[in-house]
Design a protein around this ligand. Sequence first.
Ligand SMILES: Nc1ncnc2c1ncn2[C@@H]1O[C@H](COP(=O)(O)OP(=O)(O)OP(=O)(O)O)[C@@H](O)[C@H]1O
Length: 659
Amino acid sequence: MATVAAQHEAAVYARAGGSNADDFIAGSWQRCLSDYGLDPSQIELDVVSRSKLSEHRDELGEVVSIARAEMENLAAQISGSGYALLLTDAHGLILYNRVEQALRSSFRAAGLWDGADWSELRQGTNGIGTCIVEHRPVTVHCADHFAARHTDLSCSAAPIRNPQGQLLAVLDASSVQCEGTRAGQTHTMALVSMSARLIEKCVFLNANREHLVLRFHSRPEFVSLIHDGMMAVGADGHIVAADDSAACQLGLETRQSVVGLDIAEVFDVDADMLHERSTDGSHSVWPMHEVQRGRRYFASVRASGEAGRRVTVARNDDSALRVSAARRHQARGFADLCGNDPRMAYNVRCARRVVDRQVQIMLRGETGTGKELFARAIHDVSRRAASPFVAVNCAAIPESLIESELFGYKAGAFTGARREGMRGKILQSSGGTLFLDEIGDMPTELQTRLLRVLEEREVVPLGSETPITVDLNVVSATHADLKDMVAAGRFREDLYYRLNGITLTLPPVRERVDRQALLGSILALEHDGDVEARVDEEALAALTRYSWPGNIRQMRNVLRTALALCEDYIIRAADLPPEIVEGPMSAEASGHGDDAAIAGAGDTGPGPNPLDSAERSAILTALDDNRWNITNTATRLDMSRNTLYRKMKKHGIPLSGRG
Ligand SMILES: Nc1ncnc2c1ncn2[C@@H]1O[C@H](COP(=O)(O)OP(=O)(O)OP(=O)(O)O)[C@@H](O)[C@H]1O
């Protein structure tokens, strides 16, 4: 064994010395020797703790669940071949393995196991680590490995990239028995690369669920398959992201070269046409032409907000609400936020229309109605999505610190200041979105400074005299009536109008008609198990009729506790606090409209009066369609204004949905 290791070592030194650009293995050995100072006979395994491992998994979020699903498919194709499938993060840390039961101990002994660090820096030349450095699919076969201890392995790895082309993760197929030649691994490499591309496609679609996604290919039968080009297009027609296949189809060097262009500059289509196609329900493929050279392509378009929602909420015989396994994901984007509540749908529509048009959005709503999440969704659909979203809660920071938090300070600006100074939140958000929560709590003198920054687009950190240019976009939020505060002289009128291009009012949960969808969305956020989670009929009835004074935040806390308490991931009434099971019904749920009406005709049994529910829904939809104009809504519903007012009162609908 010692001789084999010594021979390997000698081979490493010889080949590394003569490395040329075509020999990526020699190039990697050279790095191992000169850059990382590694010794081929002294490589140790490096494994992180379980808690660190779960932090790394959390960082990749839904990419892990998408990849796991695809790894199951791939495992079925290569079963019995002796290969393990591994998913690592962008640094080479193994997050998840898919190994046949009988082979588990040999893979574990080889270090191909969850938590092990396979970066080139730690393990020398290897499939995973070298794929990360090369940023392309590679096979590292047997004696290609730098470390003598790894020369029994054969690894084929391919990168998984995000919609901007940056490395997110690596998919690898490894064997612990060295057989055949590197060329013999071509088949494995092809399968791994194909799976990595499929995962990238899903990641792209999910990351762009708020945008239209145009898929195209020069052959109609290839549209919506693995080799088609994908472009995400914002509501205003600008290209937000493109994948490598799109660049390749168009003969471009990089995918980034089309990002930011209007889709009409690339193809003979425009945003309106795409919207129309995306909603005509036919999902058809149609011809279009590239503008510059007139080349013909075939395309289809996916509507924004469609697909990508992997959480399924469904009624069935034995359970009222179910959330499929291992689908925890952060609620992001409008599709996750609004269910089918007409006032939320109105808010989403308005936000989509004004985003990127320099209209400042002010969100109103009781505490816990989801204002921050809504602000984040606005950011995520905007052209600023790739830049930071920075949230500042003016009520949570002591008054004396708001100024330095927001505007930053120069080194040594005041006693206790950090030596290196601090970039304030305004500068941190430059190019992205600054979310000012509880703006009503901002001290008056800072209101004046903020107004100046908004007007002049420059910020002067504390202790400095040099203004710094900022690209500022503010979304603000308040639970207070700022108009009253303006009238009382506690909020500057000019700042109020500067921030309030449009006010969107988020309804409290007790007035929302999509409570069941909301419960499903929260459950999906909170549930992290490998099995399906369910809420039974009785618990669901209690959860939907409760008046939720603490809104979504309270709902989330109750479900989190219930999930921890319940048996077999089934939430029953006994898992809920008594005030929810026995508590007073909300006005809506006590017979004036509720999700049950939306849940479908199959929904029988005790519950709200379906006629009342239908009437309330019809009124809300008509109000929404008529922008809450009472005269037009009454005309549309063929009733007098007085009758409409009376019915709105009866159903607990406020006079203005817009605040
Ligand atoms: N549609 C949703 N689905 C799941 N969870 C949600 C949804 N909307 C909000 N939440 C959750 O509810 C909680 C409260 O939301 P958020 O902080 O956005 O509310 P807020 O109105 O900004 O509250 P506050 O006024 O107290 O700052 C958060 O934990 C958030 O993740």
